[in-house]
Design a protein. Structure first.
Length: 85
Protein backbone atom coordinates (compact mmCIF):
# COMPACT_ATOMS: atom_id res chain seq x y z
CA UNK A 1 0.00 0.00 0.00
CA UNK A 2 2.98 2.29 0.42
CA UNK A 3 3.38 2.57 -3.34
CA UNK A 4 -0.25 3.49 -3.98
CA UNK A 5 -0.30 6.19 -1.28
CA UNK A 6 -2.58 4.29 1.10
CA UNK A 7 -0.34 4.67 4.16
CA UNK A 8 2.95 6.36 5.04
CA UNK A 9 6.28 4.55 4.75
CA UNK A 10 6.98 4.32 8.49
CA UNK A 11 4.10 2.04 9.52
CA UNK A 12 4.55 -0.02 6.37
CA UNK A 13 8.21 -0.83 6.93
CA UNK A 14 8.22 -1.27 10.73
CA UNK A 15 6.95 -4.89 10.76
CA UNK A 16 9.25 -5.79 7.88
CA UNK A 17 12.34 -4.38 9.62
CA UNK A 18 11.46 -6.39 12.74
CA UNK A 19 11.96 -9.53 10.64
CA UNK A 20 15.46 -8.37 9.81
CA UNK A 21 17.33 -5.51 8.20
CA UNK A 22 17.75 -7.50 4.99
CA UNK A 23 13.97 -7.61 4.52
CA UNK A 24 13.80 -3.86 5.08
CA UNK A 25 16.40 -3.39 2.37
CA UNK A 26 14.47 -5.72 0.05
CA UNK A 27 11.28 -3.73 0.68
CA UNK A 28 13.06 -0.42 -0.05
CA UNK A 29 14.59 -1.91 -3.21
CA UNK A 30 11.14 -3.16 -4.28
CA UNK A 31 9.56 0.25 -3.74
CA UNK A 32 12.39 2.01 -5.58
CA UNK A 33 12.16 -0.46 -8.47
CA UNK A 34 8.39 -0.12 -8.72
CA UNK A 35 8.56 3.68 -8.68
CA UNK A 36 11.24 3.61 -11.37
CA UNK A 37 9.15 1.27 -13.50
CA UNK A 38 6.00 3.31 -13.04
CA UNK A 39 7.76 6.54 -13.96
CA UNK A 40 9.38 4.85 -16.95
CA UNK A 41 6.01 3.60 -18.22
CA UNK A 42 4.34 6.98 -17.71
CA UNK A 43 7.20 8.74 -19.49
CA UNK A 44 6.91 6.25 -22.35
CA UNK A 45 3.19 6.90 -22.67
CA UNK A 46 3.67 10.69 -22.79
CA UNK A 47 6.56 10.46 -25.26
CA UNK A 48 4.57 8.14 -27.53
CA UNK A 49 1.60 10.50 -27.44
CA UNK A 50 3.86 13.45 -28.29
CA UNK A 51 5.44 11.57 -31.20
CA UNK A 52 2.04 10.56 -32.57
CA UNK A 53 0.84 14.16 -32.33
CA UNK A 54 3.93 15.39 -34.15
CA UNK A 55 3.51 12.79 -36.91
CA UNK A 56 -0.17 13.64 -37.35
CA UNK A 57 0.64 17.35 -37.42
CA UNK A 58 3.32 16.79 -40.06
CA UNK A 59 0.90 14.74 -42.17
CA UNK A 60 -1.72 17.48 -41.90
CA UNK A 61 0.79 20.13 -42.99
CA UNK A 62 1.84 18.05 -46.00
CA UNK A 63 -1.79 17.41 -46.95
CA UNK A 64 -2.62 21.12 -46.67
CA UNK A 65 0.37 22.05 -48.85
CA UNK A 66 -0.68 19.52 -51.49
CA UNK A 67 -4.22 20.96 -51.52
CA UNK A 68 -2.84 24.48 -51.88
CA UNK A 69 -0.65 23.32 -54.78
CA UNK A 70 -3.64 21.71 -56.53
CA UNK A 71 -5.66 24.87 -56.00
CA UNK A 72 -2.88 27.01 -57.45
CA UNK A 73 -2.52 24.67 -60.46
CA UNK A 74 -6.28 24.82 -61.10
CA UNK A 75 -6.24 28.61 -60.87
CA UNK A 76 -3.33 28.89 -63.31
CA UNK A 77 -5.08 26.46 -65.70
CA UNK A 78 -8.23 28.57 -65.62
CA UNK A 79 -6.23 31.75 -66.30
CA UNK A 80 -4.54 30.16 -69.34
CA UNK A 81 -7.85 28.74 -70.60
CA UNK A 82 -9.57 32.11 -70.42
CA UNK A 83 -6.70 33.92 -72.13
CA UNK A 84 -6.35 31.27 -74.85
CA UNK A 85 -9.64 32.18 -76.47
Amino acid sequence: LGITGGITWGPAIEPIVRLGPFYGFVFCAFVAFMLFCMLNVLTGIFVDAAIQTAVNDRDNIIQRQMQEKKSLINMIKSVFETTDV
